[in-house]
Write a protein of this length. Structure first.
Length: 69
């Protein structure tokens, strides 16, 4: 699992007009599970890959959003 280090993913959700409820459905997660993940529990690699496609993220953006250095 990878933990987020900033709020850039929340910004992407807003940019693409998603809320937690509808985006959790897109991701195949319950709203509670998605909320826990975005608030620090972390995402699995396959979830990150899916979000990369949905939000057209560059590799640099993936690192900025998800990789804690």
């Amino acid at each position: 699992m990878v933990k987020m280090v900033n709020n850039k993913l929340k910004g992407k959700l807003k940019e693409y007009s998603f809320n937690y409820n509808n985006f959790s459905k897109v991701m195949g997660l319950s709203k509670t599970a998605f909320t826990n993940k975005i608030n620090g529990k972390g995402f699995k690699d396959k979830e990150i890959a899916r979000m990369k496609k949905i939000f057209n993220l560059t590799n640099d953006e993936v690192v900025e959003i998800f990789i804690n250095e």
